[in-house]
Design a protein around this ligand. Structure first.
Ligand code: ATP
Ligand code: MG
Length: 369
């Protein structure tokens, strides 16, 4: 639970550390990269306190890691990320799979800090969740997003079925029958199985609760029975000046096409090929797209525009050359391997997963309120 007053929280946490022999100093002025710093012997630690109602997600972890790797962060030997509401499962996945060793996670509860050592097991899901990745336009990243969202679920411990609804069968070509992602420290991992739509029967896969469909840009090529089942639909698009009005139009047409058969699905516009360093131009383009999009949300509360500041799929070499294994003749894999210590795709898709899951919880909480 968050503290009513962040300053009280800070004081309480500082006294806990001081009791343990840490010498605490305030953060440098004008920084929000960390809350305070402290020293003990050889150690110099940056502490970031997060007093949110929601669990801390991968975005905050990535931001803190970025800071520690920059020149201003270099003097710190470690970072402590402390939350009053715990951490999303993806945070543990990211720490484990990127082998982050210089950050410790703590949850502040009942006037104590509990250091998080164990990864929580995935929350069992009762019902099968259907996620469609769909847009009436070709080449904007449907196949890439379907496969890697499946990958994020698998990294978090869920077995996933990926259904290839596209006539080109790109998923089959790229992933064959599927892939296996090993679990933490030798424990069991999770599988991604690629099927075509006629091969999928829920009763054959009792352990699978996540089904992701890579849809065809030709609406009629997607069996309606699938569109009807979607709980979520992700509509990828891009922020580029030439295409911006056309993209808005494509999104509107896609929404209408889905709504003809499915009135319940939560629809999310997701920006792909995002260049995160283009702050100003992205802001302008984003505003244009968002404005176009607003009229849709007036009547339909289940249409969402994911602000790229929150979650977007960044442009990356890993995703651009994903599929190179076909050229090399090597075994199928996802673009989650890091280059120079980082994997943008992994962080982005874990964030997307968190976003979708948070959304479900929020909706559930609202319904029961
Ligand atoms: N975020 C990204 N960064 C870099 N390259 C990307 C990104 N997303 C997609 N790509 C590249 O763009 C190309 C098209 O992506 P993809 O095949 O996923 O699109 P699609 O919507 O499934 O296309 P189609 O309509 O033909 O099925 C691929 O070569 C992929 O490697
Ligand atoms: Mg495709």
């Amino acid at each position: 639970m968050p503290f009513a007053n962040s300053l009280d929280l800070e004081q309480t946490v500082i006294s806990l550390f001081e009791r343990d022999g840490w010498q605490v100093k305030p953060a440098l002025p004008d920084t929000r990269d960390y809350t305070f710093e402290m020293e003990r012997g050889e150690e110099c630690v940056a502490v970031q306190l997060r007093n949110h109602k929601a669990k801390v997600h991968v975005g905050y972890l990535e931001k803190f890691l970025d800071f520690l790797e920059q020149p201003e962060g270099a003097r710190f030997t470690r970072g402590f990320l402390i939350s009053t509401s715990g951490f999303s499962p993806s945070v543990f996945t990211y720490i484990r799979t990127e082998e982050v060793i210089d950050i410790s996670l703590g949850t502040f509860k009942d006037d104590q800090i509990f250091w998080e050592l164990e990864e929580p097991s995935p929350t069992p899901k009762e019902e099968v969740t259907y996620i469609g990745v769909f847009t009436c336009k070709g080449g904007v990243g449907k196949t890439t997003i379907s496969a890697h969202l499946a990958g994020a679920f698998a990294l978090n411990g869920y077995d996933v079925i990926l259904i290839d609804l596209d006539r080109q069968s790109n998923l089959r070509k790229l992933l064959g029958d599927g892939v296996y992602l090993p679990g933490p420290r030798g424990s069991l991992g999770a599988t991604i199985t690629v099927l075509n739509h006629s091969e999928w029967r829920e009763e054959d896969y009792p352990d699978v609760k996540i089904v992701i469909c890579d849809c065809s840009p030709e609406y009629d090529a997607n069996p309606e029975e699938f569109i009807k089942r979607f709980n979520y639909c992700i509509i990828p698009t891009t922020l580029n000046p030439l295409g911006i009005n056309k993209n808005a139009d494509v999104i509107k047409r896609t929404f209408k096409a889905i709504r003809r058969v499915n009135s319940q699905a939560e629809l999310f516009v997701l920006i792909n090929n995002y260049h995160a360093d283009e702050d100003r131009r992205n802001e302008v383009l984003n505003d244009i797209l968002k404005t176009e999009f607003k009229e849709l949300t007036v009547d339909d509360k289940r249409c969402h525009y994911i602000d790229p500041e929150m979650v977007a799929i960044r442009f990356s070499k890993q995703l651009l050359y994903w599929g190179y294994h076909l050229v090399e003749g090597s075994k199928p894999q996802l673009a989650f391997r890091e280059i120079a210590g980082r994997s943008f795709p992994k962080a982005d898709f874990l964030k997307l997963l968190d976003y979708l899951e948070d959304h479900t919880n929020l909706e559930a909480a609202k319904d029961s309120a």
